[in-house]
Design a protein around this ligand. Structure first.
Ligand code: GCU
Length: 337
């Protein structure tokens, strides 16, 4: 395990330096303020609260809101930290009542409340970090900032007695699945990391990948990454890692990769191969890793036996109710709740 701790930290340095960028360590703590509370949410089964996280770096300050939806029972709940596209609750990506009915709490935030999804590094968290100055080649892109915010929501979770802190799960879809993977890799407080259709520069291995390539993503979304990442446009084979490093960085904790058959831009086969490759680390730690048949995935495959959970559903790029129910099934089995 000592050997893996050392290797894991080398892997994290590599991923930050070459792909997502480093967040300055001077930005560590935020203040939290409860701004609204509804104990009657979901027919009185859930308390929905709105919290404001506020931080300062020198004379620059910023804040972002997030929500907690916690069942009104007496036990400590396992919970999701959900990085979402919107701040509405419920939302098309977010069947909150059903999640809570299943005995899970959810803490969620809208990614763009942290900083905008574009090349503007002067607003929100980006503005606080850079204060208008130029980003260095290994300094954080936006994915790293959304991921950092998820860890701050986890800081708040640690102050709540209604949550089971040993059963924290970070989840996101697509670009926010990439952010969820980075969060789970960097923050060992998360017992499970869930990537839904995160594709290129998320769960999918880059070598041999079809659909979106590093060149496509760096041309359209350069702000998601650190500037160093653009070195690998059309040069996947020069990468000193591949995306299974990101999945494996969760080890020995749980990871989950979900794919959709018609999401060819993300490339389900490459997401699956990443789980296969990441499994080696679990194996070396004496764990089951990814338990799967010796073939490529087929629609309807659900592999929940090992430490890396997986499913491939039919349909398009979307975080569906079906995906959430698979996550919940896997977590109930692993957490024994
Ligand atoms: C684009 C992008 C993907 C990303 C997706 C999303 O399609 O190319 O890499 O995952 O947006 O976030 O919805």
């Amino acid at each position: 395990m000592d050997k893996w701790d050392k290797r894991r930290s080398e892997i994290l340095t590599l991923l930050c330096r070459e792909e997502y960028g480093f967040i300055p360590s001077t930005l560590t703590s935020l203040r939290f303020e409860l701004v609204a509370e509804d104990k009657q949410f979901c027919a009185g089964k859930v308390t929905l609260s709105k919290v404001l996280a506020a931080g300062q770096l020198g004379d620059r300050s910023f804040s972002f809101p997030f929500y907690t939806s916690i069942p009104n029972g007496k036990q400590k709940y396992p919970f999701f930290v959900f990085i979402n596209f919107k701040d509405a609750i419920p939302d098309a990506y977010f069947p909150v009542e059903e999640i809570c009915d299943n005995g899970f709490a959810v803490l969620s935030f809208c990614y763009q409340d942290v900083t905008s999804d574009d090349n503007d590094f002067t607003n929100g968290l980006a503005g606080v970090i850079f204060g208008g100055s130029e980003r260095k080649a290994d300094e954080c892109g936006k994915i790293a900032m959304w991921s950092w915010a998820a860890s701050r929501v986890m800081d708040y979770a640690e102050t709540l007695s209604s949550l089971d802190l040993t059963k924290a799960v970070v989840v996101g879809h697509s670009r926010l699945g990439k952010a969820a993977l980075l969060t789970g890799a960097l923050d060992p407080r998360f017992a499970c990391t869930i990537s839904n259709e995160s594709g290129c520069s998320g769960a999918a291995v880059s070598r041999g990948k079809t659909g979106e390539k590093i060149k496509d993503i760096c041309n359209r979304f350069p702000h998601w990454f650190c500037a160093n990442y653009s070195k690998y446009m059309d040069k996947e084979h020069d990468l000193p890692f591949d995306q299974h490093f990101l999945v494996a960085a969760a080890a020995p904790r749980l990871a989950y990769v979900a794919s959709a058959k018609k999401d060819t831009w993300a490339d389900p086969d490459s997401e699956y191969l990443s789980c296969v490759a990441a499994s080696e680390v679990y194996g070396k730690l004496g764990l089951a890793g990814f338990v799967h048949p010796d073939r490529l995935p087929e629609v309807g495959d659900v592999f929940h036996e090992g430490d890396i959970g997986y499913h491939l559903r039919d349909g398009l790029h979307y975080l569906s109710r079906e995906d959430w129910l698979y996550f919940i099934r896997f977590l109930k089995r692993k957490f024994q709740v």
